[in-house]
Ligand binder design. Structure first.
Ligand code: AAL
Length: 394
């Protein structure tokens, strides 16, 4: 019986699809709308409401499933990380992009293991050499490897806090990886005071380099991307450095807190260099994206796509910049990965035909309000932002 039923369903579906697409709309006598009862891919030549006009905007497609930069996200718990009963003394957050080397996936991240949970940025005056202010205070950069992207083996420290007074002596966090001419570079936020002590996260970008993703890593012990000069939009912070290769150069995207009212004014900038150790030249059109929190970008066709999560007027959007500088909204999405570090196979290949992404590592935080995050955990996200995968199961 079931086989007959399924058979009938298949026949009637295929009959139906033979008839589609319907060219003529049947409008009943009572109907007052001009719009046909299916959604044509091309804008129909009839009077349209403003909302329907917008539906045919340059990047918005007629339907979500026609928009290459629309996706849903699914999350899967990772195996292999221990969180000490989630008492807030161990944290892993802000993962880098994932890269595939020597037959293994690699990811780097902020790792904190302290004797107490953080007191919270607003109570930074209570922090000590052993008591962290924020979740990312008193942290080092760790790395882990995996054969399948689900079960990870923590390998330990990649970049430790350097001795005082080197940049990052208080905490090294929020790293990202670049592969350039056979060498590896980790960019990260270098704190020289507890996060929150002078109001925010003042932590210019430093870099370490290695011949292998397994290290050993040599710290350049210098600031490669400094805060902007007084009065400039990025004078207070440079966060979330995120390097890609484009046009034979290093394109490093970052976040800044603008006028230091982070809820309203987190924006993104771009700094470009020929050499991974600098100098980096900030783009004169900065800020180049007006929303988002952590940076997540990937080459897409000739341009670059970005996830604008959480903050700003255009949060919860995926944006696209054909010229890698001027971003436009491509789609509106939900449940975006926080601090997503995707597996981007063509991040460093200088591609002019980016293929997109299907998965990565991101984090979940247990924000308890009052600027206090007890700890964070890493998670896997999957999505359908690849030009090579059509019917990915969600
Ligand atoms: C994050 C990132 C940066 C900030 C803090 C730790 O998720 O945006 O790294 O400084 O929060």
């Amino acid at each position: 019986f079931y086989f007959t039923l399924i058979g009938c369903m298949i026949i009637s579906c295929s009959e139906q699809s033979k008839k589609e697409p319907k060219q003529e709309a049947t409008i009943s006598k009572e109907s007052t709308s001009n719009f046909p009862f299916f959604i044509p891919e091309e804008k129909p030549n009839i009077p349209l409401s403003v909302a329907m006009e917008r539906n045919y905007d340059k990047y918005m497609s007629a339907r979500p499933d026609h928009n290459e930069l629309y996706t849903q996200f699914k999350y899967t718990e990772l195996k292999g990380f221990d969180y000490n009963n989630n008492d807030g003394t161990i944290s892993r957050r802000d993962p880098s992009k994932v890269i595939l080397e020597n037959g293994k996936y690699y990811v780097w991240y902020t790792h904190r293991d302290t004797k107490t949970a953080p007191v919270g940025g607003k109570n930074a005056h209570l922090s000590t050499d052993e008591i962290p202010s924020a979740d990312w205070d008193l942290a080092d950069i760790f790395y882990a490897t995996s054969k399948d992207g689900f079960t990870w083996e923590e390998q330990g420290v990649a970049v430790p806090r350097p001795p005082k007074p080197n940049v990052g002596w208080r905490s090294v966090t929020t790293t990202d990886i670049l592969k350039w001419k056979g060498k590896y570079y980790l960019y990260y936020q270098g704190f020289s005071e507890a996060s929150g002590k002078s109001g925010g996260d003042n932590c210019p970008v430093a870099v370490s380099y290695a011949d292998s993703p397994d290290g050993p890593w040599t710290a350049a012990n210098k600031v490669v991307i400094p805060n902007g000069a007084e009065g400039e939009w990025d004078q207070y912070s440079i966060h979330d450095p995120y390097p890609l290769v484009h046009n034979g150069k290093i394109y490093l995207y970052y976040k800044s807190d603008f006028d230091r009212n982070p809820k309203l004014s987190r924006m993104h900038g771009l700094a470009i260099a020929d050499n991974p150790l600098g100098p980096f030249k900030k783009h004169n059109l900065n800020p180049i994206m007006t929303s988002g929190h952590e940076t997540t970008l990937f080459p897409f066709k000739e341009g670059v796509a970005a996830l604008a999560i959480r903050d700003g007027m255009e949060h919860n959007t995926i944006q696209y910049a054909k010229d890698w500088v001027n971003f436009e909204i491509a789609s509106i999405v939900e449940l975006m990965p926080d601090a997503g570090g995707p597996f981007v196979p063509d991040a460093f290949t200088n591609t002019t035909n980016g293929r997109g992404i299907t998965w990565g590592i991101s984090h979940f935080t247990n924000a308890a309000g009052n600027y206090k995050q007890n700890h964070a955990i890493l998670t896997r996200f999957d999505c359908d932002l690849s030009l090579d995968v059509d019917d990915q199961e969600m």
